[in-house]
Write a protein that binds this ligand. Structure first.
Ligand SMILES: O=C(O)C1=C[C@@H](OP(=O)(O)O)[C@@H](O)[C@H](O)C1
Ligand SMILES: C=C(OP(=O)(O)O)C(=O)O
Length: 423
């Protein structure tokens, strides 16, 4: 259900805040899948509890996994995977790409569907790959959601070629379940470059943490068959969701610290340090976390965001308020995200008087004075975050359906307000 419009607050003064962020969506949903496929129980501490991760937990429960919640996290008890079951993927890329390979391991039918827009997101390559690996899938010839996986309790596995230029998740999904395939898997990508390299590194890293044997070469990933262990998964804060908070320091000429920033991570949000520094931020990492300071003036950004595409909406908003133009490239695949993000950003920012132009693979942003108005969000959490950044400097931005931010960041409007409250 759409929520009432939210008037994005103008920053009354330069921000001066320290924020704690909920856990990473990408790590939480990988941990849930690996825990469900393990041969012993696992504990997931500081998981993200949001629409995307609750959908993943519910889908795994429907297949027979025990997942109990307490204040500290989730206790996962692997069970025999079985249908008949129905899984709702919502609009979660991680659920729609990571779940079908797990469903293929179940015995019985598993029907899978999601939001209307989920039916338009790229799924064909993973359906074709799963069939080549031995799964039976009835998609009515659409190559998209909805479809039914007719599981026999095992998947043969082996070698497969896939074009994953539309989404790195098409590869990650195959790899995460592969230790449980009879022959494991060897996935070779052929086509234009795969986006989101850090997310692929995260998949490989977490598989290895769970005890899987994984080898990688350029555009090739090999996972050996073998058991996955349970144990403990400690989820890092979601660094992509740090973008709007750190961006606020730049936009308002203030200071924001994000607590518990890991010293080493596979999360793409870590790239914010270099990207915001390139725009003129002072960035430091210490015991308190990652601190970004702005001076009040900053420049635009010329960057290839192919590896960190999910940072684009917020960086575009920051860029729209910068002192010079920006050019963000390498992100044609964002047309297949929660919405066509390139079109949505152009339409909504230009609707406020901005000058954003679509490139074949990105955006060109020329800062202009903006005015208030309704900012549509297209069921895209990151459009809400982008609008919040614009609202720091522009009076009267009314954000349509702000509740959609709950895809990855419930309570966002509250944490945004407390960031802006005087210390
Ligand atoms: O594997 C993951 O957790 C993700 C991979 C990326 O997907 P794409 O490669 O489709 O951009 C990213 O944008 C998404 O938010 C999360
Ligand atoms: C692209 C994103 O999500 P999804 O996991 O649904 O692909 C995102 O969070 O920016």
């Amino acid at each position: 259900m759409p929520t009432p419009h939210w008037l994005a607050p103008v920053a009354p003064a330069p921000v001066d805040a320290t924020v704690s962020l909920p856990g990473s969506k990408s790590m939480t949903n990988r941990a849930l899948v690996l825990a469900a496929l393990a041969d012993a129980p696992a504990r997931i501490t500081r998981p993200l509890r949001s629409r995307d991760t609750v959908l993943m937990a519910d889908a795994l429960r429907a297949l027979g996994t025990g997942i109990a919640e307490d204040a500290a996290g989730w206790e996962v008890r692997p069970g025999e995977l079985r249908g008949p079951a129905h899984a709702d993927v919502g609009l979660a890329g991680t659920v729609m790409r990571f779940l079908p390979p797990v469903a293929a391991l179940a015995s019985g039918e598993v029907s899978i569907d999601g939001d209307p827009r989920a039916r338009e997101r790229p799924m064909g390559p993973i359906i074709t790959a799963l069939r080549a690996l031995g799964a039976r899938i009835d998609d009515g010839g659409r190559g998209a959601l909805p479809f039914t996986v007719h599981g026999t309790g095992s998947v043969n596995g082996g070698q497969v070629v896939i074009d994953a230029s539309g989404s790195s998740q098409l590869v990650s999904g195959l790899l995460l379940a592969a230790p449980r395939f009879e022959k494991g898997v060897e996935v070779r990508h052929e086509g234009p470059p795969v986006p989101s390299a850090p997310h692929l590194a995260m998949t490989v890293h977490m598989l290895r943490q769970a005890g899987a044997v994984v080898e990688t070469e350029r555009n090739l990933w090999r996972v050996a068959p073998g058991p996955l262990r349970g144990g403990e998964w400690a989820i890092e804060p979601d660094l992509s969701n740090a973008a709007q908070f750190l961006g606020a320091a730049l936009v308002t000429g203030g200071r924001v610290t994000v607590r518990d920033w890991p010293a080493e991570t596979t999360q793409p949000g870590d790239a914010l340090r270099g990207l915001l520094a390139a725009m003129g931020a002072e960035v430091s990492h210490g015991p308190d976390g990652l601190t970004v300071r702005g001076s009040g003036a900053y420049s635009g950004l010329d960057a290839d965001l192919h590896e960190v595409g999910e940072l684009t909406p917020v960086l575009t908003a920051v860029a729209a308020l910068a002192g010079s133009p920006s050019r963000l490239t390498g992100i044609a695949h964002l047309r297949g995200h929660e919405t066509d993000r390139l079109a949505a950003l152009v339409t909504e920012i230009n609707g406020l008087g901005g000058d954003v132009r679509e490139l074949p693979d990105g955006l060109e942003i020329r800062p202009r004075p903006l005015r208030g108005g309704v900012f549509r969000t297209y069921d895209d959490h990151r459009m809400v975050m982008a609008a919040a950044v614009l609202g720091l400097a522009v009076t009267g931005i009314e954000v349509e359906n702000p509740g959609t931010v709950g895809k990855t960041l419930p309570n966002f409007t509250e944490s945004w307000a407390s960031m802006l409250a005087p210390a």
